[in-house]
Design a protein around this ligand. Sequence first.
Ligand SMILES: Nc1ncnc2c1ncn2[C@@H]1O[C@H](COP(=O)(O)OP(=O)(O)O)[C@@H](O)[C@H]1O
Ligand SMILES: [Mg+2]
Length: 222
Amino acid sequence: MLSILNISHLYKQGDNTLSIFNNCSLNIHAGQTVALVGNSGAGKTTLLQLVGLLEKLQTGDIVVQGKSTKAMSDEERTILRRHTYGFVYQFHHLLPEFSALENVMLPQLIAGIDNKIAKNKAIELLETLGLSHRLEHRPKQLSGGEQQRVAIARALANNPKILLADEPTGNLDPTTSSEVFQMLVKQVKSQGIAAIIATHNHSLANSMDRFVELQNGTLIEK
Ligand SMILES: Nc1ncnc2c1ncn2[C@@H]1O[C@H](COP(=O)(O)OP(=O)(O)O)[C@@H](O)[C@H]1O
Ligand SMILES: [Mg+2]
């Protein structure tokens, strides 16, 4: 489903260059959940940005459903991202002026899906995530855990094949974090999505299929 092939990445900081990855590879199958752990600054966010085709590759390739992405134009990458990926971040990034329901409909409408179909899909997803009583609420009328559940529903709205989450529950209290995390993993598994979830929480990481640590520019499978 998703292959990271021999990627290396350097950041220039003034006269210095900072090597973030050194020849990293990882193969992920459909329905597999991969925990990405590593100290702050290890490069987890950078890796997710590269895998998510949001940042240009310097060396190596990201292969999505058998297709190489390294030579794709920005437009081709945008289309692939829109149809194949879902993203969840540490902060929900919901649109404040829109309801929970509208926030989940929006990516579908952008992808050209009919309004009624988008609405039904959004209702179904929000119900699955336990939010059927919060459809018309704006983000600021929701708790932190509810906001992240809406963000998860939004990430799943276009039936992604790949889900990338960057410390999706890092901003929540431990109990809520664990509940929301388990909901995310359950959805990903039941829909056969390949997922990489960056987290600092080792017990949450251990509940996933694979545990991969980013250390000194190398991916180490534990
Ligand atoms: N655009 C950038 N330019 C230069 N250095 C960067 C840039 N983005 C991130 N870095 C550096 O790369 C390293 C990895 O960052 P990041 O991927 O955010 O790590 P993590 O998510 O694991 O905390 C950090 O040392 C950070 O300062
Ligand atoms: Mg980060």
